[in-house]
Design a protein around this ligand. Structure first.
Ligand SMILES: Nc1ncnc2c1ncn2[C@@H]1O[C@H](COP(=O)(O)OP(=O)(O)OP(=O)(O)O)[C@@H](O)[C@H]1O
Ligand SMILES: CC(C)(CO)[C@@H](O)C(=O)NCCC(=O)O
Ligand SMILES: [K+]
Length: 274
C-alpha cells in the first residue's frame, strides 16, 4: 500500500482537500479557511483520525476506513502538498511541519509566464496528463478562467474574468439599488428578456457567461479541431446544465472533473518515484 499524503489547494473562496494513498485519491472535500491556531494544532495530532477530524468540514467526518489495517499508532504528520493562489494563506500553512508548496517551476508545462496561477497550471497539467493534449481547461471558480496547452504540452494561453458568484456580488455591493442575487436559487435558465430586477441580473450574468464560454470553445476548436476541453470549479455543474440546454453539442464534448488540480499534484509527486 502507498504512503498517505494530503493535498491542499488554497482557492480564493475556500480550501479544497484530498487524501491520497499513494496514487489513489481516497477522498476529496472542501472547507472554509482554517484559523491559524487550528493549523498549529495539526502537527500535534496523535492519530490520523484526529488530524482528519480537524480538517473535516463541519458535521462531516472524513472516513479513513480501509486506509490502513494497522491499529491507530502515533502519527508522524503526513506530507501536505500545498498549491495556493492566496499568498497570505500559503504563509500560515508553512507552520505545518511536513509541507511542500508546489510552485510553477515544478510543473513541466512549457512556455508559462511567471505570474501564471499555480491552480491554472496544475489543472491544465492534470487534465492533459490524464486525457491528453491539446487541452483547454475551464475553471468556473471565484474567477472564471480559460487555460490551454498544445500537443507539445506548451501553454497556448488563456483568459480570466469574474466568476458567476463574483459578478452577482459586485453588482449587489457596488451599486445603489441592485440586490444581491444568490446563485443556488435558479436551477433552470433565466428568462432572456427579463421584466424584473433580479431576473434581469440573472439573465445578464448567465447568458453573457454562457456566450463567452461558447465563444472561447469555438475559438479553441478553430485552433485545434480535436482539442479536448475539461471543466472544473464550484460552478461547473450549474454551467454544464445550462450548456446542455443551450448548446448540447458543446456540452457533450466537455470532460467534467472537479479534481484536476489534484491530478496535477499527483503527477508531480509521482514523477520522480517511478
Ligand atoms: N459550498 C460552496 N461554497 C462556496 N462556493 C460555492 C459552493 N458551491 C458552489 N459554489 C460556487 O463556487 C464558486 C467558487 O468556486 P470554487 O470553490 O471552485 O472557487 P475557489 O475556492 O476560488 O477555487 P479556485 O480558486 O480554485 O477557483 C462560487 O462562484 C460559488 O458560486
Ligand atoms: C486567476 C486566478 C485568480 C484563478 O484562481 C489565479 O489563477 C491567479 O491568481 N492567477 C494569477 C494570474 C494569472 O494566472 O495570469
Ligand atoms: K488580488
Amino acid at each position: 500500500m502507498g504512503k498517505i499524503w494530503l493535498a491542499l489547494e488554497i482557492g480564493n473562496s475556500r480550501l479544497h482537500w484530498a487524501l491520497f494513498i499513494g496514487k489513489k485519491l481516497y477522498s476529496a472535500w472542501n472547507t472554509h479557511y482554517l484559523a491559524e491556531s487550528v493549523i498549529q494544532q495539526l502537527a500535534k495530532c496523535q492519530t490520523l483520525d484526529h488530524l482528519l477530524l480537524a480538517i473535516s468540514p463541519p458535521h462531516q467526518k472524513i472516513s479513513r476506513e480501509n486506509t490502513s489495517s494497522s491499529p491507530p499508532s502515533p502519527l508522524s504528520p503526513p506530507p501536505l502538498l500545498v498549491a495556493s493562489v492566496v499568498p497570505s494563506q500559503t504563509a500560515i500553512w508553512q507552520t505545518y511541519p511536513n509541507t511542500r508548496v508546489i510552485t510553477l517551476d515544478q510543473v513541466s508545462l512549457k512556455g508559462v509566464y511567471p505570474t501564471l496561477g499555480i491552480d491554472r497550471a496544475l489543472a491544465l497539467w492534470g487534465a492533459g496528463k490524464t486525457w491528453g493534449f491539446p487541452m483547454l481547461v475551464i475553471d468556473a471558480g471565484t474567477a472564471l478562467t480559460f487555460t490551454a496547452a498544445d500537443a507539445n504540452q506548451c501553454l497556448v494561453g488563456g483568459a480570466i474574468l469574474p466568476g458567476l458568484g463574483l459578478q452577482f456580488a459586485t453588482l449587489g455591493q457596488q451599486t445603489g439599488q441592485l440586490p444581491l442575487v444568490e446563485m443556488q436559487n435558479f436551477p433552470s435558465l433565466p428568462s432572456r428578456f427579463a421584466l424584473n430586477t433580479t431576473e434581469a441580473i440573472q439573465s445578464g450574468v448567465v447568458y453573457t457567461i454562457l456566450a463567452g464560454i461558447k465563444d472561447f470553445i469555438e475559438a479553441w476548436w478553430q485552433l485545434f479541431p480535436n482539442g479536448r476541453i475539461a471543466i472544473k470549479g464550484g460552478d461547473r455543474t450549474l454551467l454544464l446544465n445550462y450548456l446542455q440546454t443551450l448548446y448540447p453539442e458543446i456540452a457533450a464534448r466537455l470532460i467534467v472533473e472537479q479534481n484536476l488540480i489534484f491530478w496535477g499534484m499527483r503527477e508531480i509527486v509521482m514523477e520522480h518515484k517511478e
